[in-house]
Design a protein around this ligand. Structure first.
Ligand SMILES: Nc1ncnc2c1ncn2[C@@H]1O[C@H](COP(=O)(O)OP(=O)(O)OP(=O)(O)O)[C@@H](O)[C@H]1O
Ligand SMILES: [Mg+2]
Length: 270
């Protein structure tokens, strides 16, 4: 995939707390996710410049459940990235899962504004992801912590969206039940690469169910490819199960967790 280099570069910048040289104005994106809050910066050519992320428990499925906490995290990420780049960030774009209410959208924008970032654009998450993927057609499936967003894109426009209450949290719950462990222990296990084969056997039914849900939604649309993004599709076998269940080519970019956050920054313009 063409976008993989870009995503990898962004990931390295976050890991090493570094920034790239940039051209033109900086564009900022804030992704308030259920599992992670990510602040991304790209330049006027949409090249990744810097970023920071923080594991979150202040947002649930696009709803801010801890306003003060969320604001604090965004402020902190902004401080971190400003220290790396050496210039103040003043404007940002943010994103919402498809289908959330206007009131909840406002709360999300307010969190970002409380961190002294003027919100100049609010886009939906699948559109953000599709900008990074560089696609004009296909289905984008964002398997996050709390929800799975399904969007169908035709000629560069979102023509259908749905949001289902399943995702990585659901996988962790299944694992915790099976292993008789706490949620926190199961979450650790789930992300441990050395245990991946055993873990995947247990969470596979959740992935099959997700794929069957996606299958139903894309019926009636001419979908040639499914692009999976979001942290919960990190498993190696994820796209194979999806393809088997949906009979549609399933493509996963490198570091699926960072696709939507990077796309939000790319949309920081009016
Ligand atoms: N290496 C990994 N293997 C398996 N699951 C992972 C891995 N890394 C992250 N996850 C899972 O991905 C989920 C978080 O993904 P992501 O950051 O895309 O969600 P989010 O945007 O915060 O949530 P949402 O979009 O639902 O609001 C969590 O459930 C987390 O456990
Ligand atoms: Mg998300």
């Amino acid at each position: 995939m063409n976008c993989n280099k870009l995503i990898e570069e962004f990931s390295e910048l976050i890991k090493n707390k570094k920034c790239n040289p940039y051209e033109g104005e900086l564009k900022v994106g804030v992704d308030l996710g259920t599992a992670n809050i990510v602040l991304s910066v790209v330049d006027s050519n949409n090249r990744p410049i810097a970023g920071a992320m923080y594991p979150s428990s202040v947002v649930k499925d696009g709803i801010v459940v801890d306003y003060i906490g969320a604001t604090r995290v965004v402020r902190d990420l902004k401080d971190q990235v400003e220290a790396i780049i050496g210039v103040p960030l003043t404007k940002a774009a943010t994103a919402i899962p498809p289908g959330i209410t206007e009131g909840n959208t406002k709360v999300i924008a307010n969190v970002v504004e409380s961190a002294d970032l003027e919100v100049i654009n609010v886009i939906d998450e699948p559109t953000a992801a599709s900008c990074v993927l560089g696609i004009r057609d296909g289905a984008v499936v964002d398997v996050g912590g709390g929800t799975t967003g399904i969007s169908i894109i035709k000629d560069g426009k979102v023509v259908f969206t749905a949001d289902e209450p399943t995702g990585g949290t659901h996988m962790t719950l299944v694992l915790a039940g099976f292993m008789k462990k706490s949620f926190e222990e199961a979450e650790e296990m789930k992300k441990d690469k050395s245990l991946e084969r055993d873990v995947f056997t247990i969470v596979k039914p959740v992935v099959e169910k997700m794929a069957s849900i996606v299958s139903k939604y894309i019926q009636g649309y001419d979908v040639d490819a499914i692009y999976v993004v979001g942290g919960a599709c990190c498993f190696n076998e994820f796209e194979r199960i999806f393809k088997k269940e949906t009979k549609v080519d399933t493509i996963k970019p490198i570091e699926p967790l960072l696709v939507t956050p990077l796309g939000i920054a790319m949309n920081c313009s009016v």
